[in-house]
Design a protein around this ligand. Structure first.
Ligand SMILES: Cc1ncc(COP(=O)(O)O)c(C=O)c1O
Length: 416
């Protein structure tokens, strides 16, 4: 039986995680927040599509196309069920979460935002949830505002309440921060926003593989997700939005698949969700993502969350024992839903040097600003090193990482 207690079986599904980095040492992958590894089951489904029923969807009259269409549309159903949406019409396939947010910002934003309207984000947002709003703000002459964070590295709710006003037309917020790791109180944010008459978009990139997300319970309007952060392939993501909102949004991309009729002078649009999906979609990737969701669901998000919480507590304990190491974001006791990652910096040592030396020892972590430049500027830090885990990570991985990190820091201190 494949459970989180039985790591041998789980790790067997992820051959890359058992690769040797040199003759005797294991490669340790601790960059799951950037992208997760893919289980064999996902790769098998992708292969199966190309080997056995490769065809375009929604168009062919032949049996291969019918099968590809069925599997592709079933993938949409998997996403709908995973986030507990009302209907598959609400699931728009995209290339990634970035594209999903761009569709919302361009299609909804350009139509609905007026001069002097405000878009309320937070300072911890990923660039993917900042730049699309800056683009629409420039076009429509409106303002982008940022909620601050507290000294603990969590969203400052009081500042949010102060910035939310009658001009705020949309609040767009990350669910779990890819840098601070904090889990934002989306339900509360949505409640306050709804009372104010503002729509809510949630960037769920870092939360979907770690915690249950129920779009109806959260009472939000848009949600963006990326397949590759969910043990699925790259090149596939999705935008969820309420059907009544999508119905009123104009299509963003034009071409095949998204039309009902095309005349010389104008065209009419296909029904949802196809109105937003111009051209041949990422068929194999959607099928792979569906299998990834199935894989995660079998393990159980509650089990994953409990397991990752213990790992995070252990990681924090170990990191706290290192002199002069500062972690940004709340600790797992302050925020029990926080992500299983830690971003840290050490005075007088550049995080790129840490990551580079660790890489030479077979440890993969990330360094830099993690696409959160405004956050790093706000905190007055150039960069951080980020170690990010998931349900495939073991305590042994953390021990090896800490041992090599200490060696690295000592080396850099002696040579600085
Ligand atoms: C919080 C968050 N939002 C958005 C993104 C963008 O995801 P993608 O590059 O898959 O569109 C990321 C990726 O790191 C992320 O962590």
């Amino acid at each position: 039986m494949k459970t989180l207690e039985n790591f041998r079986l789980i790790r067997e599904d992820f051959p890359l995680l058992d690769r040797k980095f040199n003759e005797e040492e294991k490669l340790i992958y601790l960059d799951h927040a950037a992208t997760t590894q893919k289980p064999k089951q996902v790769l098998k489904k992708i292969n199966d599509y190309y080997l056995n029923y490769n065809a375009n969807v929604h168009r062919g009259a032949h049996q291969l196309s019918a099968k590809a269409t069925e599997k592709f549309e079933n993938a949409r159903l998997s996403i709908k069920n995973y986030i507990k949406a009302n209907s598959t019409k609400e699931i728009i396939f995209t290339r990634n979460a970035t594209e999903a947010i761009n569709i919302a910002a361009r299609s909804w934003g350009e139509k609905n935002l007026k001069e002097n309207d405000e878009i309320l984000l937070s300072i911890m947002e990923h660039h993917s949830n900042i730049v699309p709003w800056q683009l629409v703000a420039e076009r429509n002459k409106c303002k982008v505002k940022f909620t601050k964070i507290t000294n603990d590295g969590t969203l400052d709710i009081e500042d949010f309440k102060n910035k939310l006003n009658k001009k705020t037309k949309i609040v767009s917020l990350v669910h779990i921060s890819n840098t601070l790791g904090c889990c934002n109180p989306i339900k509360k944010i949505a409640q306050l926003s709804k009372k104010n008459g503002s729509l809510v978009l949630v960037d769920a990139c870092q939360s979907l593989a770690h915690t249950e997300v129920d779009v109806k319970d959260l009472n939000i309007d848009f949600l963006a997700g990326s397949g590759h952060k969910l043990c699925g392939p790259t090149g596939i993501g999705f935008l969820w939005a309420k059907e009544e909102i999508l119905n009123k949004m104009p299509p963003l991309f034009g071409g095949g698949e998204m039309i009902q009729d095309v005349f010389e002078e104008k065209s009419t649009w296909a029904d949802l969700p196809h109105k937003f999906e111009a051209g041949t979609p990422a068929i194999a990737e959607a099928i792979g993502l569906s299998e990834a969701l199935n894989y995660i669901s079998i393990l159980g998000l509650n089990n994953i969350q409990k397991y990752e919480k213990k790992l995070t507590e252990y990681l924090f304990e170990q990191l706290h024992s290192i002199k002069d190491l500062n972690i940004i974001g709340p600790n797992p006791y302050q925020d029990s839903n926080r992500a299983s990652l830690a971003s840290f910096f050490i005075k007088n040592i550049h995080s790129n040097d840490i990551a580079e030396i660790l890489d030479s020892k077979g440890i993969c972590i990330r360094s830099g600003n993690h696409c959160c430049q405004p956050l790093h500027k706000y905190l007055n830090i150039n960069s951080t090193a980020r170690v990010s885990m998931n349900f495939t990570t073991t305590k042994e991985d953390i021990d090896i990482f800490i041992e090599k990190l200490e060696e690295t820091i000592n080396f850099l201190r002696i040579n600085s």
